[in-house]
Ligand binder design. Structure first.
Ligand code: HEC
Ligand code: HEC
Ligand code: HEC
Ligand code: HEC
Ligand code: HEC
Length: 326
């Protein structure tokens, strides 16, 4: 055998050994560990989720004018934790999230919700070969996962006392429905709440009946998995009524009758009137003879421009209305 052939032969043998060892040592190779530094990096491969999230309150939590006003542009640094958080799985489900130093304008973003301590992305499937290396993580579907940010005013604790909890209907079952109702299409990330009139309407029903010159209005929490209205103490739902002409036109201004709300701590003169899941509250309205309209309005912020003369149609949103005959 010529020296040249020997060298070539050894080379071929070496290449074969290298190839075989590569195949056996690194099976269908896990993706190169990408360090994700922005949620915009997820957009290319998860366009639909990204679009839904972009329209959600989660994506607005740092730029939201209401939050900026109340936190004094985050001069109150306590407010940064949940509004520009580091990953939930970094601190664990039993703990409050930590504040993030960078790209705060992305708010509660993909990375805050999905990144695991080892850099992989919490998902429903194990797929180490995909760029983001998803790892099946059952905690993602549990209520404890929303709790680090959403139990500060007891929403998760309220849920625990409901029939939904006993039947295993959790936060994501209502707030992240499957797209087009199909489990194979994944879950909608728009996560609507009080900013969506449609969601607020689905939470309660309103009925009213006459009892002599009085009226009894009944509000039932038929659709929320917790108290109504939950979480933010700024939310308020008010019952108003007004007299109507025989032809249906109003013959007087709206009169306030009742408010559902959990007051701020400094509002010591107010009591908590939140309506528990499945519960009904009866509100008696005296001296409401004749044809009367009863309505439930919802406000994101509790204050009226003129507290003496609240203008629900201009300053709140109509949830439901009923007419009571004389
Ligand atoms: C890392 C903190 C964090 C986690 C985890 C989190 N959220 Fe949120 N969520 C927020 C913040 C902050 C806002 C308010 C953003 C704003 O309006 O400025 C919010 C807003 C919402 C809203 C909208 C409320 C509205 O005003 O319309 C819903 C609904 C919601 N979250 C549901 C959930 C559910 C369900 C989970 C669990 C699957 C969850 N969130 C997990 C921080 C979080
Ligand atoms: C423990 C987590 C957490 C901290 C800390 C926190 N927030 Fe929030 N914040 C939330 C969640 C969750 C929501 C959404 C709840 C809801 O919509 O009912 C929210 C919603 C809000 C909203 C309502 C936004 C809207 O558009 O309706 C305002 C305003 C707000 N926060 C201000 C603040 C201020 C000011 C601070 C600091 C004093 C603060 N938050 C600290 C979790 C937190
Ligand atoms: C280069 C493309 C790419 C990028 C960038 C990427 N992913 Fe993925 N991701 C994938 C692929 C492919 C899958 C597997 C999809 C499948 O098999 O259903 C996946 C799966 C996932 C899953 C699990 C899906 C499930 O059904 O449970 C999650 C969660 C996820 N990605 C989150 C993210 C997040 C968050 C980011 C940004 C930080 C990101 N991904 C960036 C390609 C990507
Ligand atoms: C507030 C937390 C939260 C935020 C923000 C969030 N996700 Fe999710 N994501 C979840 C939860 C909860 C699930 C459902 C898990 C389950 O079904 O068990 C999920 C599911 C997914 C899935 C699985 C497939 C699907 O479509 O349901 C992908 C992929 C995903 N998220 C990617 C992203 C990306 C990309 C972003 C940012 C654009 C993002 N998520 C933002 C909580 C979040
Ligand atoms: C049975 C369906 C259902 C379940 C389960 C459910 N919710 Fe809700 N959620 C609603 C409805 C309807 C509303 C609108 C009425 C309201 O604000 O209370 C709502 C409102 C909210 C809001 C918005 C409040 C605001 O101020 O804008 C947040 C935040 C929220 N839910 C979080 C959660 C969390 C966290 C869980 C799990 C512990 C959960 N929800 C379970 C139906 C549900």
């Amino acid at each position: 055998m010529s020296p040249l052939r020997l060298v070539l032969g050894l080379c071929v043998l070496g290449a074969v050994i290298l190839g075989v060892s590569l195949v056996f040592q690194r099976p269908p190779a896990a993706a190169e560990a990408t360090a994700f530094t922005s949620s915009s990096q997820c957009q290319a491969c998860h366009a639909q989720v990204f679009e839904e999230w972009s329209g959600s309150q989660h994506s607005q939590s740092w730029v939201n004018p209401a939050v900026r006003a109340l936190s004094n542009d985050f001069a109150n640094t306590d407010c940064i934790d949940c509004h520009a958080p580091r990953p939930v799985f970094e601190t664990g489900l039993a703990n409050r999230v930590l504040p993030r130093e960078s790209r705060r304008q992305e708010g509660v973003d993909c990375i805050a919700c999905h990144q695991l301590a080892d850099g992989r992305m919490a998902g429903t499937i194990d797929k180490p070969e995909a760029a983001c290396r998803p790892a099946a993580t059952r905690e993602l579907a549990r209520v404890e996962y929303c709790a680090p940010c959403h139990d500060q005013h007891g929403t998760v604790a309220q849920w625990r006392e409901t029939e939904y909890a006993r039947q295993g209907v959790g936060c994501i079952d209502c707030h992240m429905p499957f797209r087009n109702g199909d489990p194979n299409q994944g879950r909608d990330h728009a996560m609507h709440g009080g900013h969506s009139l449609e969601v607020v309407r689905s939470a309660v029903t309103l009925a009213a009946e006459r009892r002599g010159d009085a009226i009894v209005a009944r509000v039932t929490n038929s659709g929320a998995g917790h108290h109504f209205p939950t979480d933010e103490r700024s939310r308020a739902a008010d019952v108003f009524w007004r007299p109507l002409e025989a032809d249906g036109r109003p013959s007087g201004p709206w009169r306030w009758a009742y408010r559902f709300r959990s007051p701020y701590r400094h509002e010591v003169e107010l009591v908590d009137t939140l309506l528990a899941a499945q519960a009904t509250r009866e509100i008696e309205i005296a001296d409401a003879a004749g044809r009367v309209e009863v309505a439930l309005f919802y406000k994101l912020s509790p204050y009226w421009k003129d507290p003496e003369r609240p203008a629900p149609e201009a300053e709140a949103r109509l949830v439901h209305r009923v007419v009571v005959e004389p």
